[in-house]
Design a protein around this ligand. Sequence first.
Ligand code: DAH
Length: 337
Amino acid sequence: MEKIEEIKKNFLSEIKKAKSLKELDLIFNEYLGKGGKISVFFKKLKDLPIEKRKILGKKLNFLKEFFEKEIEKKKKIFFQKKEKEIFDITLPPKKIERGHLHPLTQTKRKVEEIFTSFGFEVVEGPEIEDEWHNFDALNMPPWHPARDVLSLGKTFYLKEKGYLLRSHTSAVQIRYLETHNPPFKIIVPGRVFRAESTDASHEIDFWQLEGLMVQKETSLANFKAVIEEFFKRFFEKQIKVRLRPSYFPFVEPGVEVDISCPICQMKGCSVCKQSGFIEVAGAGMVHPFVFKAVKLNPREWQGFAFGFGLTRLAMIKYKISDIRYFNSGDLRFLKQF
Ligand code: DAH
């Protein structure tokens, strides 16, 4: 008899816990199905003396009905809930989580906003380039040693002869010069590709920003003024710009552009490697060879050009220690911006 009480207790607690119609079915089978706990008792009846058989039989029938009713009751609750789920159109909809712009896109837009406020136009070019635009017209013929640096082993060449994934946005300088008459000032944000072994500061694709201003008369002093104002607005603080003589085949003279470290204000930190300055761009005055390649007269036109790593600027601004985060798709990274 005690056992029957136990069964009842277990049954009630299981019914209470049940969360779906499926679970109710399982409980039904466990207790009321063929071979279920109640039927096992029914089978035992025939071995009992008639008096006991009567009492137990009554009890079992009563229990069976009780179980059936309890299951029906619970089923009704589920059905009512389901109906509500389906039909209550007045309930507010589930909130859809909103994404946001990738940190690189945010950086690109900020940079575009600053340069357009200076009167620069934003221009784009193809990611698949030919050797003429990526190298030759930029004064980097096949035998030129500078081409090795960017080309040999570093450039992704395509099966189609003469085509490649652009290794720098400077290629777009040529495309624009070929199709537009100066004076003009443009910036070219864009993705570039290099066959690098990846590490914290190298990726096989990253973003650059090219700039080109061509008019009758301009100089490196004009360039310095523009770029200094740009960095001031970009980092929202005073930034010193330092130009160091350097070499790029498509400019003469060519310079390396350093900025005072916006992280430590030149006190020395890990980002500027304790030097107070960070190298951020290459620049210079457009080389006469480049003007000739696009059939412009170098005696008539002057221009300055610059190219910096947009990805690198984002890394400095947001203190991102590893370039590989950008393409990782890791939400823990992305949600910080
Ligand atoms: N294209 C160069 C690079 O990817 C960067 C560069 C240097 C661009 C000097 C320029 C420039 O426009 O004048 O390393």
